[in-house]
Every structure is written in C-alpha cells, then in structure tokens.
Design a protein around this ligand. Structure first.
Ligand code: IFM
Length: 481
C-alpha cells in the first residue's frame, strides 16, 4: 500500500501544485501511450481530494487550460460545449491512434477508441467531488462551473430525440469497455445508448443545473451572459437529464442498446484453448472472428456506475430517468458482467473490488489485492516497465480510504458505513476535509473512532448508519458499529 501511494506521489507532490500537470495513464514512469492522458484521473483524484486537495485542484486546472481545445473538438464534430478527448497530450487535442496492431495476426486494424466520449463526464465528476471534499467555492465558481456548464452543454447537444421511444439517445459512442466498438450487424463504428455514458450524462446535466443555483449572483450572471445560456437551453438540459434512454435486458442494465442480441461465448472452449484471455479481442480477430459479436467485456463498463455512486445514488439516478430500479439490480448486474469480463485493464480490478464489497467480501479482497500488486508483480503481461498503472495504484489505496470505510461526502456530512474485509483488522486514516487538516479515522470491526485536530474550524458532522454525530476540533468520539 505504501508503494502504491509512493507511485502516486512520485507523479505528484506539493511541487506540482503550480505546474501544468495532468494524469498520464502510466504516471511519469515510462513511455507507454506516449505519456497520453485518458480518463484515469477518475481513479486518482478521489484519493487526492481528501489528502492533497491542492494537487486535485491542479489537475482540474490542467483540464481547464484545455477547455478551448475541447470546445474546438465539439465544434468540429458539429456539436456544442466541450468534448474532452479520449487521449490527449499537452495541447489538449485528440491524440488517439487511428490504427492499432494485433501482434497475434500481424494485421493493422482501425481504432475507434476516440469515440469514448465519457471523458468529459469524468472531468465533471471530479470537479463536483473536489468541491464536496473542500467546499472550495472559488474554484467551483471559477474554472469549475465553466467546465461543468460546457460539459453539460455538450451532452445536451449530443443527445438526439427518439420519437418512437419518446426518449433521448446518445448514439455512436463507446463505453469504457474497449472491446466493443461497433455492432456486428452495422457498417460503421460506434454503439448507441451506452448505459454508463447516458446515466453519467444525466448526472452531469443535473449537477450543472445545481451549480448554476449555487453560484454567487454576480458569477451566475456573468457565466450566463458569457456562455449565452438561455432559458430554452436550460429547459432542454432539464428534459434530457430526465429522459435519456437507458437499456435493460434480463433484469440487468445493458451495457448498450442491443447488447442482448450478441452471442454468448463458449467460455469453456476458450479457457481450454488459451491460458490468458485478457486479450480476447486479439485472439478472436486472429481467428478471423470479432469480439464485437460476443457478450464479453475487457473491463467494467455498466458497473462503473456503482463504483462512482452508492447503491442509493444509482437508484435515485435511474428513478430520475423514469426507471424504477429495484434493490437487486446491482447484484444481478454485477453477477452478469462479472461472468463475462476478462479484466484486460488493471482498472477493472479496482472497480470489481469496489462493487463486490457488500455482496462478496472475499472476492472483493481478491480484486483489491490484484490491483494492489499489479505493478509490483508486473501482472499485466510485462507492461510495468513501460510505466506504472497509476489509476490502479491510486484506486487500490482509495479502496482502503473510501470503499472499505464506506466513506462518502453527502449533505455536508462525512458518511461512514464500514465493511472491512476480515483480513483487515483495523484501518487508520488521516484526512483533510473542508479546511480541517486532520480528521483521524480509526475503523475496526467493532467501532469507528473519529478525532479532529484542534483548530478554529466548525465541527464535522459524521453520519454512521442512520445516526448523526457532531465532532468538534480537538474532540475524539468512539462510535460503536
Ligand atoms: O484509460 C485506460 C482504459 O480504460 C483501458 N486501457 C488503458 C487506458 C489507459 O490506462
């Protein structure tokens, strides 16, 4: 765990605060992906928000400096707002490759990964979480709001009305699962209504509207005028945020519309023939087939929703969209995709450890350990020499920080709901939260102890399983579980 944190802090330290630093997927440790920035900061910033918030803010400012490039990208695609690129480098343009090599077949193949449009939502999510952790209204009212509003504008313009369904759709995109880039029955690339993309777009639109309400009056008026936001556009945001289409099949979230038309892979046959299925896409292509035909995933996609949001929040998001999500949706969806996922990305272990915490603690612990040692053991097929997997390194530490403690920031309180794996006797953390330099949490199987360093700040409200306790600076409270 210390090594993981060390890797994160090798990339960032207080010396990076004033630098123009983003989150290259492989840290500053190697040349993989030519140092490109993807969406991996989604797995890194949640850790930094509660430990080194000024670093999280520096990374968000990096995105803000590239807002014009994202606006330009949207404009060139005939859309409005800001379209953050899937892969980018220093000038913020799209840098995704157009071809990639399958070493198994020796063929160069078209690469459509730039259609992963969900990066902007990751930026929006990070802005909101940073604001929740710090209460930094200067940032929210400044660069934060500008990015949030432009990202919301992008989603609203990317959504098209589907009259037969009386719903809005986002078509021609890819989700986080990079295996699927086209329908096997279609000529062109792109998939429709990726559940993760749509739910997050709805969330981003709602947060942008909330942000407008939160802004100080002068800043609200200035942004509305400068971005030329009128009532008609805001009405459309409201409408799209409530009526985006989300596909379901067999009582689970569908990764994208039409997923149920794909074929089941003969897993037993493939497991018999190959020892490692993580690059099933390459295996199938080399056999003259395509992974697009099958219900298989490289990494967590729909399940990302339960990584970013609590079960209750996912239910609320789906209900806002008019889908009466039941309690068992998470369990069923997790079991469904888990059976069909090969974890070809280290990020997948982080997400699965997270979503399995409550339903299968032992499995969660296994995935946690996979993420934790991914670079120590060079577990991703010899790729660590090209750079560490920063998202997995930070994500593994964050599993201890927020997942196993059940830590969330909601309604101006720290919510806790610990579910420690049995292998963990006790967890102690020192966090920063809204101006408090030392919120000490000690969590074991019987109690949570919260201590606040002395100082002039307001008390912190702790919500533990239905009870709210206020802890003042200098105070220690033991809260039994
Ligand atoms: O961003 C990730 C992606 O989700 C999976 N492939 C590697 C990328 C860079 O880490």
């Amino acid at each position: 765990m210390h090594l993981n944190l060390f890797h994160v802090l090798q990339t960032y330290s207080e010396h990076s605060v004033d630098l123009d630093v983003g989150v290259p997927a492989r840290g500053l440790h190697g040349e993989a992906y030519r140092g490109h920035v993807f969406w991996d900061e989604l797995f890194v910033l949640q850790l930094l928000n509660l430990r080194f918030p000024e670093l999280a803010r520096a990374v968000l400012r990096y995105r803000h400096r590239r807002l014009d490039a994202a606006r330009q990208a949207a404009h060139e695609s005939g859309l409005r707002g800001a379209m953050y690129p899937w892969q980018s480098a220093s000038d913020g343009r799209e840098e995704s490759q157009l071809l990639h090599l399958n070493p198994l077949s020796g063929r160069w193949l078209p690469d459509h990964s730039h259609l992963q449009r969900h990066v902007g939502s990751a930026v929006a999510y990070n802005i909101w979480q940073y604001y929740q952790a710090t209460g930094d209204m200067d940032f929210l009212a400044g660069p934060g709001a500008e990015m949030l509003l432009e990202i919301a504008r992008f989603w609203s313009s990317a959504a098209g009305y589907h009259p037969a369904r009386d719903r809005w759709s986002i078509r021609g995109v890819l989700g986080p699962d990079e295996y699927h880039d086209a329908y096997p029955w279609a000529e062109g690339p792109g998939l429709d209504d990726n559940a993760y993309t749509n739910v997050l777009a709805s969330w981003a639109l709602t947060r942008a509207l909330d942000t407008l309400r939160l802004l100080p009056g002068y800043r609200h008026d200035e942004l509305v005028e400068r971005l030329r936001l009128d009532a008609g556009e805001l009405d459309r945001w409201r409408e799209v945020s409530r009526r985006l289409y989300v596909p379901f099949h067999d009582g689970v979230l569908s990764q994208f519309d039409g997923y149920e038309r794909l074929t089941e892979l003969d897993w037993a046959a493939y497991r018999g023939r190959y020892t490692d299925l993580r690059r099933l896409d390459r295996i199938l292509e080399a056999e003259g087939d395509t992974v697009n035909r099958y219900r298989v995933s490289k990494q967590a996609d729909a399940l990302m929703l339960w990584y970013l949001f609590s079960a209750r929040e996912v239910r609320d998001l789906l209900r806002q969209l008019g889908y009466p999500a039941r309690h068992e949706l998470q369990r069923r969806t997790t079991a469904y995709y888990l059976r069909r996922t090969v974890h070809g990305s280290t990020l997948s272990s982080v997400v699965h450890a997270w979503v399995l915490t409550r339903s299968d603690r032992r499995a969660s612990w296994r995935y946690f350990r996979d993420a934790l040692v991914a670079d120590l053991r060079d577990g991703q097929g010899g790729t660590t020499a090209e750079g560490i997997h920063l998202g997995a390194m930070a994500g593994a530490v964050d599993l201890l920080q927020r997942c196993y403690t059940g830590l969330e920031i909601r309604e101006d309180a720290l919510w806790l709901d610990p579910h420690l794996p049995s292998a963990l006797g006790c967890l102690t953390l020192e966090l920063r939260y809204r101006g408090h330099w030392g919120v000490l949490l000690a969590v074991d199987h019987g109690a949570v102890t919260v201590s606040l360093r002395d100082g002039p700040q307001d008390p912190v409200r702790i919500r533990l399983r239905g009870t709210t306790t206020s802890v003042a600076p200098g105070e220690t409270r033991v809260l039994p579980l």
